[in-house]
Design a protein. Structure first.
Length: 120
């Protein structure tokens, strides 16, 4: 009878430990999934895509008129990647009336800095 109680007690303890371990693993997995989503959500909240026609361009900025006739001036810096016809280009290759797609980051006061500019 003593052995039966010991085996029953051991079985109950193993069940409790197993349940606690599976709960802990589930919480850790859920926490990891939430943390892995956070940077992607932050990234999408901080970048914007602007499509339109170039109205003015310099080495340091490009001004675009979108489909709603809204004008946006976007800063170009040394990290901006410019492509034209699928090949690497420079801001000097961007001309007025070029169609562009610009991915930009938002800064203070809604200032935009181009991450990439695709011409054509």
């Amino acid at each position: 009878m003593h052995k039966t109680r010991t085996l029953t007690l051991a079985s109950v303890l193993l069940a409790i430990v197993g349940l606690a371990a599976s709960i802990a693993i589930g919480q850790a997995t859920q926490s990891k999934q939430q943390n892995s989503l956070a940077p992607a959500q932050e990234m999408s909240a901080q970048t914007v895509t602007v499509n339109g026609m170039v109205s003015a361009v310099s080495e340091t900025s490009v001004t675009i008129v979108d489909a709603k006739k809204a004008e946006k001036t976007i800063t170009i810096d040394t990290n901006t990647k410019v492509t034209k016809a699928g090949k690497a280009a420079t801001p000097a290759d961007i001309k007025a009336n070029d169609k562009v797609v610009v991915v930009a980051t938002k800064g203070e006061g809604d200032a935009l800095t181009a991450v990439s500019i695709k011409v054509g």
